[in-house]
Design a protein around this ligand. Structure first.
Ligand code: DX5
Ligand code: ZN
Length: 241
C-alpha cells in the first residue's frame, strides 16, 4: 500500500484538468453600509455566488471595518454563503466568534499567523472552510506545505486595506504557478483573487487560473448590479441561470 497523498486531476474532454467552479464574490466593502440589507438583496437577486466580507482591525492594515456582530446580522439577511476575509493581527482569538456568527468560509493572512497550520485546523474544526490569504509580495512557499489542508488560497492583487485600488499585474504569474501546483497536488483547491478586479482584467485573471473573483468597486460602483454580475459571469465562463 502506498502512503502517497497524490491526487490525480480529473480531466475534461480535451485532456485538461477539470477546474473548480468559478464564483463571483461581491465585496461589501464598496456597498452602502447605511443600507446593507438592501445591497445584499440586490446582489443575491443579481446572481452573486457569495458575499465577501472584509474584516480590518486597524493594525494588520491601517483601515478599520466590521466584526462578528455585523456578520451575525448579514447571516439573517441573505442565503448566500458568507466569505470572511480577516485582515487582522491576531485572528486566532476571533475564529469562534466568526463561526458562531455564521461565517461559511474564513481566510486568514499567512503574514499574520505564527502557527498557520494550527490556525487552519482550528477554522476547519469550527465547521468553516479554511483559506489562507497572501499579500502580493508574499511567495507561494508560505502555503505550499499546508496546501492539501486548504479549501482555497486568496491571492491579493492589491495591498490589503482599501477598496478601489489598482490591480497589480505582477501577481498574474503567481496565479499561474499556484494553479500548476494545485493541479499536481490538490486539484479541487480554489484560487480566489481580491483587489482591483474589473471587467477589463477578469478574463485574464481567469485564464491564469483563478476561480473565485472578489469585486467591490467594479460591482457596487455600477448602477445595475445584476447586469454587471452577468458581465462578470460571461467573462469567466459561468453559464447564466
Ligand atoms: C482590500 C479588500 C478587498 C476590497 C476589494 O483589502 O480585501 O476585498 O474590498 O475592493 P475592490 O474590488 O474595489 O478593489
Ligand atoms: Zn477582501
Amino acid at each position: 500500500m502506498s502512503g502517497s497523498t497524490l491526487q490525480l486531476s480529473p480531466l475534461d474532454a480535451a485532456g485538461s484538468p477539470v477546474r473548480p467552479r468559478s464564483l463571483i464574490c461581491p465585496s461589501i466593502l464598496a456597498a452602502n453600509f447605511a443600507r446593507l440589507g438592501d445591497e445584499l438583496s440586490l446582489i443575491e437577486a443579481g446572481g452573486a455566488d457569495m458575499v465577501h466580507v472584509d474584516v480590518m482591525d486597524g493594525h494588520f492594515v491601517p483601515n478599520l471595518t466590521i466584526g462578528p456582530p455585523v456578520v451575525r446580522d448579514l447571516r439573517k439577511a441573505t442565503r448566500l454563503p458568507l466569505d470572511c476575509h480577516l485582515m487582522v493581527e491576531s485572528p486566532d482569538a476571533l475564529l469562534k466568534d466568526f463561526a458562531d456568527a455564521g461565517a461559511d468560509k474564513l481566510s486568514v493572512h499567512a503574514e499574520a499567523c505564527r502557527h498557520l497550520h494550527r490556525t487552519v485546523q482550528a477554522i476547519r474544526g469550527l465547521g468553516m472552510k479554511p483559506g489562507v490569504a497572501l499579500n502580493p509580495a508574499t511567495p507561494l512557499d508560505a502555503v505550499s506545505v499546508i496546501l492539501e489542508d486548504l479549501d482555497f488560497v486568496l491571492l491579493m492583487t492589491v495591498n490589503p486595506g482599501f477598496g478601489g485600488q489598482r490591480f497589480i499585474e505582477g501577481v498574474i504569474p503567481k496565479i499561474r504557478s499556484l494553479r500548476a501546483l494545485a493541479d499536481r497536488r490538490h486539484p479541487s483547491l480554489s484560487i480566489q483573487v481580491d483587489g482591483g478586479i474589473t471587467l477589463d482584467n477578469v478574463a485574464r485573471v481567469y485564464d491564469a487560473g483563478a476561480d473565485w473573483f472578489v469585486a467591490g468597486t467594479a460591482i457596487f460602483g455600477t448602477r445595475d448590479y445584476s447586469a454587471t454580475i452577468g458581465q462578470f459571469k460571461r467573462s469567466v465562463g459561468i453559464p447564466e441561470a
